[in-house]
Design a protein around this ligand. Structure first.
Ligand code: IMP
Ligand code: MG
Length: 184
């Protein structure tokens, strides 16, 4: 019997959010987002690769006529933010006059989302909102805020449910704090 719960995490890693907690919260978000967009046809814009699992689950938790689009953005190497956003040029599709819901894994410094929102407005989006699964608790002000937040979490580096460390651990069903991978 395969055990998908921890894959290849180092020993002493710990679970922060279980699969059951995540799935139940995604259903709640689905209800709220359905109410907000009822009768409209929003574009769900997934920020890859981190939002992979969240986008797939959220899409099936709403009762809406949605379209999806994805953009591949990266600002992290390992567990550190480089402060340099790569991939904004891969934003494809027509957003003019559309209502866009950005779906992302985690709001950390907010730098990634702030840049993406600016670009969507330049492309003529009529309305841009943000749904993140996680938001790290930080003392300083963020350059952007999310309209829907799944969970507020401590300022630790996390993996699983789409989130990676150098490309690894995205397939974990729970969200973990990997051992010896704290923010340096
Ligand atoms: P921000 O621009 O600092 O808000 O960073 C946002 C992006 O960095 C997220 O969409 C993630 O892809 C990545 N990121 C930030 N914190 C973590 C983490 O704890 N684990 C994995 N990826 C993270
Ligand atoms: Mg991301």
């Amino acid at each position: 019997m395969l055990d998908f719960s921890r894959l290849h995490l180092p020993p002493d890693s710990r679970v922060l959010l279980t699969e059951v907690q995540i799935q139940s919260r995604v259903q709640e978000l689905g209800v709220q987002i359905t109410r907000r967009y009822w009768g409209q046809r929003p574009v769900f814009l997934g920020v890859m690769n981190g939002a992979l699992c969240f986008l797939a689950d959220l899409l099936r938790a709403v009762d809406l006529d949605t379209e999806i689009s994805c953009v591949q953005l990266a600002s992290y190497i390992g567990n550190r933010s480089t402060g340099e956003l790569r991939g904004l040029e891969s934003l494809a599709g027509s957003f003019a006059g559309r209502k866009v819901l950005i779906v992302d894994d985690i709001l950390d410094t907010g730098f990634t989302l702030a840049e993406l929102i600016k670009r969507l407005h330049v492309l003529g989006a009529e309305d841009v909102r943000v749904c993140v699964l996680l938001q790290k608790q930080r003392l300083r002000a963020l350059p952007t805020r999310a309209d829907w937040i799944g969970f507020e979490i401590p300022d630790a580096f996390v993996v699983g449910y789409g989130l990676d460390q150098d490309g690894r651990y995205r397939g974990l069903r729970d969200i973990w704090v990997p051992a010896a991978a704290g923010r340096t």
